[in-house]
Each structure stands twice: as C-alpha cells, then as structure tokens.
Design a protein around this ligand. Structure first.
Ligand code: PSV
Ligand code: MN
Length: 424
C-alpha cells in the first residue's frame, strides 16, 4: 500500500496552524535552530525486517493480520513508514529469513522507497531445514570443528548477500553459551569463537564493518560466550579495526549503566552500532523510550558528546537500528512510535548546553550539572522533530495519518488476515 503525497499534504495543511504556533514557541529559545533541524533531517534509523510482523513469546503468538509475506512486502512496509516519517530510510535484514532471490530487483525496489541496506544479520541461533549440523550446543563456540565451520560459512554467505544489496556491515549475535555449570570450558569456548570470528573477519570486504553484539543471558541461562560489553570489546580488539561492539539496549543485567558503557566504547573508537528497544526486566524488546525515557536521553547525551569529541557525523558514524518485538501492538504503529522516541531524544540531547555542563563538571557543581541535563530532557521538542519531518516531505503526525488512512485495514484486505511474517 502507498500513501499518496497529496494525502500527506492535505493532512499537513490541516495541522499546520497548530504546528506553527508550537514550533515558533520552541524555536524562540534555540540559538542554532537551523543546524539542529538539519541534523534531525539527516538522522535515519534502520528498521529490522523481523519486526514487521507480530512477535511472540515462548507461550503464544497472536498474529495481527496483513503481515508482510515476502521480502518485497517487508520493503513496502518500511517504505510506508519512511514516507510518513522520513527518518526510517534503511532496512536491516536477517538471513536466512530474508534471502534476496533476486538482489538487483530487491535493491531497486528499496531504492524506489528511498531505502538503503543497513547491517546484515546472520542467524546461527536456530537450526534451518536441511541443515547438516545442529546449533543446540552452540555455533562458533562449538567443540566440533565441523559445526564451527558451518557457522562461519553461513556468515560468509550473509556477507555475500549484503554485498549484492549494497550493505556495509555484518552484525553477529551468537546465542552461544551454556545452561549449566560445568557444561562448557569458558576459555576454550572463547578461543573457538574468536577463531571462528577471525575467519569471518577475513572474508569482510575492505569497506565493511563487523559488529559483535553481546547479550547477558537467554537462550542460555548460565553463561553466554559474548555476554557483556567487555567480552565483545575483547573480541573486537583482537579481530582488528573493522570490528566493533554493538549495543542492544535490552542486553544488559538490570540497572547496568549503559550510558557509561557507550561513552567508553566511543572513547576507544569501538562503538559500532545500536539496537534500540526498552525493557522493564530483561530483553523485553518493548518500544524504545516507553519505559525508561530518561535513560535513553542519558545515552543520547553521551553519544552526542562522544561523537562530537571525535568529530564524527551523527547520522553516518554509527549504525542506528531498532530491534524490537510487538506482541500486543500493530507492529507498524509501534515502529512509528519507536522512531519518534529516538528522534525526540536525539533532539533533546542536541539541546544540552555542553559548555555550561563542562564548566559545572569542572567546578564539581553537581546541582547545576543535573539542572542542565534535566532542562534539555524536560523540553518538549516534538514540534522541532515535526518541523524537520515537514521540511523532508513527511507527515506532521505520522501516526495520525497511518490511522486516518486505515493502513492496517488496507494491508489486511491486500494480504489477508492470516499472513505470518518470517522472524521470531
Ligand atoms: C537477540 O536477542 C537479538 O537482539 C539479536 O540482535 C538478534 O539478531 C535479534 O535479537 C533478532 O532475533
Ligand atoms: Mn539485538
């Protein structure tokens, strides 16, 4: 389904007066308004191909209808999101869920929707039909060399698909680990994994990056072989300068100080990318910003500070991706909310008065430092984000247009109510 530009224009026209009043109000207080708007316009967040259908838990999956039945339909759905918010101009694929049978055609289709291919994701956490060896006891860590080889070859195949589509990075998330004490020799598991990653690294094209994603637990519940940022950082350092750590916000133990992790990885030049989501307990994969918006702000505050310190381009310096799962919401509505939450938080981080914060820190003025951060966090920047969207040709309120155009009903009419997208 497509939403025609004139529909967006009509909606924007009807909402313009109200928007202008709110925008003028906030703009009056911001000195570098044009520079901030341009940064917001440039910033793009990749949508994961596996989050377009209804996710399930291990107990049940309640499909919502109209889910994309093919890679083409996944691209169409993301194209729709991007037409509405102009900030979802990339897609992240998971192989083998999204094998492009005809890469040239897929690339052209994506380009028609203004989409690029962000990181490719491999999958050695599930067994696929016809697969020779099982990953029940791990993939790259496995005690059996033939199983490690199978995992390495899969990753090399994923790179090959990525090259055809114009992607420039591979994300490796391993579910490898153990469920019980004694099951695994930690040192050997690490060394096997490193050796496997080295083989994948050797197959990376010169202009590619590899992101090593860590996760504290699940599906293994005693140990995880890439279990935290320290381990990921160790692998990334040993692999070389094309290897980086990927931070998924849901992959930490409770109360971890993610903003500090981000600051140090950036300082070391080893932060590669992000998977945005939110959580209350574990890897809940909830809508980013829905549970802990202040934490998200503090993370973005470190990102902006750290990237500026290194002269990095905010839009292109890191891989910005969502990784969420939608059990009770319409996935597309959730993704619109997710991108909006990211844009709002990025805008708030851009408002932080860095000179004053620096001065407060140097004077040990704790109260002023807190005031500066909270001043930015408590600023209602929604009109700023909407203005950036308006200037890019998107909708002032993407969710309102999605609902008034009855997108989900139309997708159900087109695709049926019993479709099931590939993914978890
Ligand atoms: C694992 O929980 C993860 O965060 C990894 O990024 C996977 O690739 C993704 O979820 C989808 O299964
Ligand atoms: Mn992830």
């Amino acid at each position: 389904m497509n939403i025609e530009q004139y529909k967006l224009n009509e909606y924007n026209q009807s909402a313009l007066k109200d928007h202008q009043r709110k925008f003028d109000f906030i703009a009056a207080d911001i000195k570098s308004i044009e520079a901030i708007l341009q940064k917001l316009i440039n910033f793009q967040v990749a949508i994961p191909s596996w989050a377009l259908g209804t996710g399930g838990t291990r107990f049940a999956r309640f499909a919502g209808g109209g889910e994309p039945r093919s890679l083409e339909e996944k691209i169409e759905d993301i194209g729709l999101l991007h037409a509405l918010n102009k900030s979802s101009g990339a897609i992240s694929l998971h192989i083998p869920w999204d094998i492009p049978e005809n890469a040239a055609h897929i690339k052209t289709l994506a380009a028609q929707h203004g989409l690029k291919f962000d990181a490719m994701n491999s999958n050695t956490f599930q067994d696929q039909p016809g697969q020779q060896h099982s990953y029940k006891f791990g993939s790259m860590q496995h005690v059996n060399k033939a199983i490690r080889k199978q995992a390495v070859e899969h990753n090399i195949e994923v790179i090959k698909y990525g090259v055809e589509l114009g992607s420039k990075s591979l994300t490796v998330w391993l579910s490898d680990g153990s469920c019980f004490p004694g099951q695994l020799n930690f040192r050997k598991a690490f060394q096997n994994t490193l050796e496997s990653l080295q083989e994948v690294y050797a197959a990376l094209p010169g202009d590619w990056k590899i992101f090593v994603e860590y996760k504290a637990f699940e599906p293994n519940f005693y140990s995880t072989t890439v279990g935290d940022w320290g381990q990921s950082f160790l692998y990334a350092n040993k692999l070389g300068n094309k290897a980086y750590t990927l931070v998924d916000l849901g992959h930490h133990l409770p109360n971890a100080n993610i903003e500090q992790i981000v600051a140090l990885l950036l300082m070391e030049g080893k932060l590669g990318g992000f998977h945005f989501n939110d959580s209350k307990y574990g890897d809940d994969d909830l809508t980013v910003g829905s549970i802990k918006p202040y934490q998200l702000f503090l993370i973005f505050n470190e990102l902006v500070e750290g990237m500026d310190a290194k002269g990095m381009n905010h839009a292109t310096g890191l891989g910005w991706m969502i990784d969420a799962s939608h059990n009770v919401k319409d996935p597309l509505e959730d993704l619109l909310q997710s991108v909006e939450a990211i844009m709002i938080t990025y805008a708030q981080a851009l408002l932080v008065d860095r000179n004053k914060l620096n001065e407060a820190q140097n004077n040990n003025d704790v109260v002023t430092a807190q005031e500066i951060l909270q001043q930015a966090f408590r600023t209602d920047v929604r009109a700023l984000v909407a203005e950036a969207r308006l200037r890019s040709g998107g909708a002032l309120n993407p969710l309102a247009v999605y609902r008034s155009e009855k997108v989900r009903d139309n997708l159900i009419k087109e695709r049926g109510s019993k479709t099931v997208a590939t993914g978890l």
